[in-house]
Design a binder for this molecule. Structure first.
Ligand SMILES: NC(=O)c1ccc[n+]([C@@H]2O[C@H](COP(=O)([O-])OP(=O)(O)OC[C@H]3O[C@@H](n4cnc5c(N)ncnc54)[C@H](O)[C@@H]3O)[C@@H](O)[C@H]2O)c1
Length: 346
C-alpha cells in the first residue's frame, strides 16, 4: 500500500474502532478530529491495541482553509472515511444550524478538496434513520428514503445527495455510503469504547450506566407497540463488525471492484431485537440486575427497523459475526473500565 487513509472523527466511537481495524490490516492512518466529542486519550488506547500510533491532526473541519491546508500537507491520501459529525438527534432539533453547519459544511469542504484529485475514494457514515419507519422489513437499500424526522436525519439524507451529485461530475471520485443500524459494544480489550457526553441518547450506554450506578433507572419508552413484547425493535451491530465493514468497503474502492462510482450498503446484523430482549441479554451477559421501568412512548421513535444485509454480505464479502450477548458483555467490560479510570483520577 502506498498512500494513507484519512479517518475524520477517528477518535470517536466508531472511528477509533475503524482505525484499529485499518491498522491491523496494514493501512497507514491519519486522523482528523477536533475533540468536540472525544478525548485525546483514545489515541493511546488505539496504540495499546495495535502497537502503532496513527498520525493525528487536531483540525475543525468547519474551517475550510484548514481542510485545504491538510490536503496540501498530505498529498498521498488514498482514501477518506468520513465519520466526523454531530449525532445527537434531540440536540439537532434544538440547534438545527449547528447540525447543518457541522455535518454538511465539513462534507462540502472535504469533497471540494477530493474533487481536485485525479483519484479519490470516499466513505460516508450514513444511517438507517434515512428509511424512517420502512414499509417492509427487513429493510433493503432500495427502500424509499422517508422525510427526515430531525435535522440530524436530514443531514444524512442531504449528505448522501451531495455525494451523489458530486460523483456525477468529479471524474476521479468514487464513493460509498454506509447506512449503519445500531452500533454497540466496545473493543474486547476495553482499551477503547463509547464515551457519551452527558445523558446517553442510545439504549446500550444508558443500560450500562444504569447498571454501574451512574443513572438511577432505565425508562423503556413504550410497551404497547405492535411487536411481540410491545417494545421497539432495532438491529444492534457490534462496533468491531461495523469497523471491519469499513475496511471491506475501502478495499473494494481501492481495488476498483466497485461497479458504479457511487454505492450504498446497509450495515446491520439482519436480526431485530426488542428493548426487553436487550435488557434480558444484558442481564445474562453481565450477571447484573437492571433497574428499569416502563414509560410512555417517546415521540419520533420508529416501531421496528432491521437490515436486509444481503447486499453487504454478497458484494462486500462481509458479515456481522458478534451476537447480542457478546456485544453487551463488551459494552459492560468497557463501562467497568471507565469507572476504574474515573476512580483512579479522583
Ligand atoms: N453511533 C451511532 O449510533 C451512529 C448511527 C448511525 C450513524 N452514525 C454516524 O457515524 C459517525 C460516527 O459516529 P460516532 O458514534 O462514532 O460519533 P462520535 O461523536 O463518537 O464521533 C465523531 C467524532 O467526530 C469528531 N468531530 C465532530 N465534528 C467535528 C469537526 N467539525 N471537525 C473534526 N472533528 C469533528 C468528534 O470529536 C468525534 O470524535 C457520525 O457521522 C454519526 O452520525 C452513528
Amino acid at each position: 500500500m502506498s498512500g494513507k487513509i484519512l479517518v475524520t472523527g477517528g477518535l470517536g466511537f466508531i472511528g477509533s474502532h475503524t482505525v484499529v481495524a485499518l491498522q491491523q490490516k496494514g493501512y497507514d492512518v491519519v486522523i482528523i478530529d477536533n475533540l468536540s466529542n472525544s478525548s485525546i486519550d483514545v489515541l493511546a488506547g488505539i496504540t495499546r491495541i495495535t502497537e502503532k500510533t496513527p498520525e493525528f491532526e487536531k483540525i475543525d473541519l468547519r474551517e475550510k482553509s484548514s481542510v485545504k491546508d491538510f490536503f496540501e500537507k498530505y498529498t498521498d491520501i488514498e482514501g477518506v472515511i468520513h465519520f466526523a459529525a454531530s449525532k445527537a438527534v434531540g440536540e439537532s432539533v434544538q440547534n438545527p444550524l449547528l447540525y447543518y453547519e457541522n455535518n454538511l459544511a465539513s462534507l462540502v469542504y472535504l469533497l471540494q478538496e477530493l474533487s481536485k484529485k485525479e483519484k479519490a475514494n470516499f466513505i460516508f457514515s450514513s444511517s438507517c434513520t434515512v428509511y424512517g419507519q420502512a414499509d417492509e422489513l427487513p429493510i433493503k437499500e432500495e427502500s424509499p428514503v422517508k422525510k427526515a424526522e430531525s435535522p440530524y436525519g436530514n443531514t444524512k439524507q442531504i449528505g448522501e445527495e451531495i455525494i451523489i451529485d458530486t460523483c456525477k461530475v468529479a471524474e476521479g471520485l468514487k464513493a460509498i455510503s454506509l447506512r449503519y443500524f445500531n452500533p454497540i459494544g466496545a473493543h474486547d480489550s476495553a482499551e477503547i469504547g463509547e464515551l457519551p457526553l452527558g445523558t446517553p441518547q442510545n439504549l446500550v450506554p444508558f443500560i450500562t450506566q444504569t447498571a454501574i450506578g451512574k443513572r438511577e433507572q432505565l425508562s423503556v419508552f413504550g410497551d404497547d407497540y405492535p411487536t411481540e413484547d410491545g417494545t421497539c425493535i432495532r438491529d444492534y451491530i457490534h462496533v468491531m463488525d461495523l469497523a471491519e465493514a469499513h475496511v471491506a468497503a475501502l478495499t473494494r474502492l481501492l481495488e476498483n471492484k466497485d461497479a458504479p462510482n457511487y454505492e450504498v450498503f446497509n450495515l446491520g446484523t439482519g436480526k431485530g431485537s426488542s428493548v426487553l430482549e436487550v435488557v434480558n441479554s444484558f442481564e445474562r451477559a453481565s450477571g447484573e440486575k437492571l433497574n428499569y421501568k416502563m414509560a410512555p412512548r417517546r415521540e419520533g421513535d420508529v416501531i421496528a427497523a432491521y437490515a436486509d444485509t444481503t447486499k453487504a454480505n454478497n458484494i462486500l464479502g462481509w458479515k456481522a459475526e458478534t451476537n447480542l450477548d457478546t456485544s453487551l458483555a463488551s459494552a459492560w467490560k468497557w463501562e467497568k473500565k471507565v469507572k476504574e479510570k474515573e476512580t483512579e483520577q479522583r
